[in-house]
Structures are given as structure tokens and as C-alpha cells.
Design a protein around this ligand. Structure first.
Ligand code: AMP
Ligand code: MN
Ligand code: MN
Length: 322
């Protein structure tokens, strides 16, 4: 059942019993921020809450209080009365085969979202699940939004908007950010924790990945590749490749940037970024993934050359349509 913000607020207020909060695998700032924000907020509302993810919190987000409470599991066995799933548009994205909960609620902002829970609120126009969560929290009990809640929420908005630079940013996003700063958030504390704690290994990995830079579709598509062996060579973690796609995207004349990541032999995680002419959510959906107009992704099993052939053909068609 589709809910409005007000209906979601009333539903969350009335939730009883054991509540599980989860998000997508390989969690990003919005995923961790929204689930953690709700965790702190629901505790303040007196609910019994647990945070379980498929994958661990990445290093760049481990400064957020409460991340040490996140449990990571391959499978969820215990029974919950409720599950709240944030920043997820497709049940596969949680990384769990099934979640044992009597009732379920999704809070999300992906255009490709198709309902898969008892209740859902999806606002594709909003910057982030964190911004949407903040509006709902304000409708429940605004005074419960303290720094423990405001810090992860601010962080998720910041990361999903590319530090308030992407086209999903609007005046409302800045108003929410301003309100969060008024709760005591220090922007440099967040910035320095997110972006000034890199390991040297990240730069070794970047060096290897940038060497693969190549072009397709008359130089309108720029792509980079991370082969599994690069991780070993650089002694780096997959999460340390976060943000690399901004390099091919930053090239003049490029309309779409693609990042092929081989995290397992023959399994590719593909990230797509557009400068506006191509709706990459549509492209990702054709490959079984999803996302937003300007940022999307999908997973693929098979040979890289075959994947490239299919993807570049698809992008060529999309670019011709403009
Ligand atoms: P990423 O390239 O991983 O940073 O993801 C960019 C956007 O695409 C995010 O909004 C993701 O939620 C979405 N996305 C990435 N991978 C997938 C996938 N396999 N299925 C659906 N959406 C995805
Ligand atoms: Mn996300
Ligand atoms: Mn998001």
C-alpha cells in the first residue's frame, strides 16, 4: 500500500513489537544514514529496534555513532514484527533472500521502485532517502531529532547529492540541511570524516583503474574498469573505489561515464553516470538494475567484452534519441 508522508508518520508511530531496520547491500552514505537515523529515532520513540545489513559499514562512514551496532549477516533467521527497509527499490538489493517479518515498510527515492512490501513511500524527486526520512520524522515528533539522528541524516544527504552539487539538489534540500546544522551538526566534522581519511591503498587502486580509461560511442561514453587483481595489487577494498567514476564523468564532451567493477570472477557491478542527456536508470533497468536518471547501476554475470558490446549499443541508441 502506497503511503503519503503523513500516513507513513502515523504508521511508524503506531509500530509495535520487534523492529528490524535494513538497507541495500554495499551500503552507501544514504543507506547507512537513513537506516541509522531511523534506528536512533525509533529508539527515542521507545521502540525495540535492531540494525542488520548484508554488508559491513564502509570505513568512510564508520565515524557515525551507532554504526558499531550494525550486525552483518548472510541470512536473517530471527522473526521480527516489522521490517523497515530504506533506500531500496528491489528486494534483491537488500542482499537477503527473504526477511522474516510480519509487516514491512519501504522508505525510498528510486524511480525504478516497484512495490514489494506491505507499505511503501517512494519519492523519486527527492534528493535522498535521508531527506525524505527527515520530513517524516518531523511529522512524528520533531523534538526527537537530536544530533544522533541529525548527523547520519545530514551525511546521507551530503553523499547522495555529491556534496549538494548534483541535479537532485534543490532549495528544499538546502533548507533541510540548514535545519540539520541548527541541530548542532558541524559540516567540516562530516566532510573531514568522509573525505579526509583515505588510505594510500586507495590511490594505488586509482592509479591502476585510471590506466584502463577508454572511450566508446564517438567519445561520448568514457569508461574505466576495476579488475579483481587490482584489489590484490593495491591491497585495497572494493569500497575504496567509491567516487572513481567522477573522473571519466568529469571529461569535457563525455555524456555518460561507466565503471565496470569485477568483485568476483565473472561478476560485474556496473555504475552509470549521466550528465543529463541519457536517462541511465532506463539503461540500467534494461540490464536488470535501476537507480536514478543521472546515476544508476546493475549487476551482470558473463564476459566483459560481451557486456561492453551490449551496453555501448544501448547507450548509442539512447544518445541518438537526443
Ligand atoms: P552506484 O553506481 O553503485 O553508486 O549506484 C548508483 C545508483 O544506482 C544508486 O542509486 C543505486 O541505488 C542504483 N543501483 C546501483 N546498482 C543497482 C542494482 N544492481 N539494482 C538497482 N539499482 C542499483
Ligand atoms: Mn543508496
Ligand atoms: Mn539514495
Amino acid at each position: 500500500m502506497k503511503l503519503t508522508r503523513q500516513e507513513t508518520a502515523e504508521l511508524v508511530k503506531a509500530i509495535k513489537g520487534k523492529v528490524l531496520i535494513t538497507t541495500h547491500k554495499n551500503p552507501d552514505g544514504d543507506a547507512v544514514g537513513s537506516s541509522l537515523g531511523w534506528f536512533h529515532y525509533l529508539k527515542k520513540l521507545g521502540k525495540e529496534v535492531k540494525l542488520i545489513y548484508k554488508d559491513p559499514v564502509p570505513h568512510f562512514l564508520n565515524f557515525l555513532p551507532g554504526t558499531e551496532k550494525v550486525e552483518t549477516r548472510e541470512k536473517i533467521e530471527e522473526e521480527f514484527d516489522w521490517v523497515i527497509i530504506t533506500d531500496v527499490s528491489d528486494p534483491k538489493r537488500t542482499g537477503f533472500e527473504g526477511i522474516p517479518a510480519k509487516k514491512s515498510l519501504v522508505i525510498d527515492h528510486h524511480i525504478t521502485a516497484e512495490p514489494f512490501t506491505d507499505y511503501y513511500i517512494v519519492e523519486p524527486e527527492i534528493s535522498s532517502t535521508c531527506e525524505l526520512s527527515y520530513h517524516i520524522m518531523k511529522l512524528i515528533e520533531p523534538e526527537l531529532i537530536d544530533t544522533f539522528v541529525a548527523l547520519p541524516i545530514y551525511t546521507g544527504i551530503l553523499t547522495d547529492t555529491g556534496s549538494f552539487n548534483y541535479s537532485n539538489t534543490n532549495s528544499q534540500t538546502h533548507k533541510v540541511a540548514a535545519e540539520l546544522l541548527e541541530k548542532g551538526i558541524d559540516p567540516y566534522f562530516v566532510y573531514s570524516n568522509l573525505f579526509e581519511r583515505n588510505r594510500l591503498n586507495k590511490f594505488k587502486l586509482l592509479e591502476l583503474v585510471l590506466k584502463t580509461l577508454d572511450f566508446a560511442v564517438k567519445n561520448k561514453v568514457a569508461h574505466i574498469t576495476l579488475f579483481k587483481e587490482f584489489l590484490e595489487e593495491a591491497q585495497a577494498l572494493p569500497e575504496e573505489a567509491e567516487g572513481f567514476i567522477n573522473y571519466p564523468r568529469s571529461i569535457e564532451g563525455v555524456e555518460v561515464a561507466v565503471f565496470f567493477k569485477e568483485f568476483e570472477e565473472g561478476t560485474w557491478k556496473v555504475s552509470l553516470r549521466s550528465k543529463g542527456k541519457v536517462n541511465v536508470a532506463k539503461v540500467a533497468k534494461a540490464f536488470g538494475g535501476g537507480g536514478h536518471k543521472m546515476a544508476a547501476g546493475f549487476e551482470w554475470k558473463g564476459e566483459l567484452f560481451h557486456l561492453k558490446q551490449l551496453l555501448f549499443e544501448n547507450l548509442e541508441t539512447e544518445l541518438k534519441g537526443n
